[in-house]
Design a protein around this ligand. Sequence first.
Ligand code: AR6
Length: 168
Amino acid sequence: MGEAVMANLRIVRGDITQIPADAIVNAANPGLLGGGGVDGAIHRAAGPELDVACRRLNGCPTGEAKVTPAFRLPATIIIHTPGPIWRDGSFEEPKLLQSCYVNSLKRAVENGCQTVLFPSISTGVYGYPLALAAPIAVQAIQTFPANLDVRMVCFDDVTYQAYQAQMD
Ligand code: AR6
């Protein structure tokens, strides 16, 4: 019997718009019309064609994931996934956050991607506590059954430490 193939995860520090990969994941909102945080950075780096492509998608429900080309980014596709807005944890936030990671990885496989970059979904503007989000993200990625090279790209040190702690 062969070993089950699972996605390989590494935690790195950096700006997700600057790292070459097959797929980069955007922490979007359900309108897919851009915003602040990593979404704003991705739209600025990809160029105005991204806004046009996003408008054609007619939004995306929280926890699901939709694909556009990456335009000027050093990637092939962008996978847009709106994370849950944190309320108090009793509004299916954990399940929706896990769905963001799983559905994004499904889109990556469907599009023939090998290397995938994630930002820390929902832990910025959307207020999901980092200490609760990190284990969900790491577990979802590390149990995903595909031979993928996944990197969690942490923009700041607090985020990096929270994800790294899940790997020890
Ligand atoms: N590279 C990697 N990570 C980044 C970058 C970057 N260039 N810029 C910010 N981050 P957030 P959310 C980190 O707020 O909580 C937007 O307006 C950031 O430090 O971008 O899912 C959308 O349109 C944090 O660790 O996403 C939505 O309306 C992480 O990315 C809403 O914000 C996520 O923070 C989504 O909120």
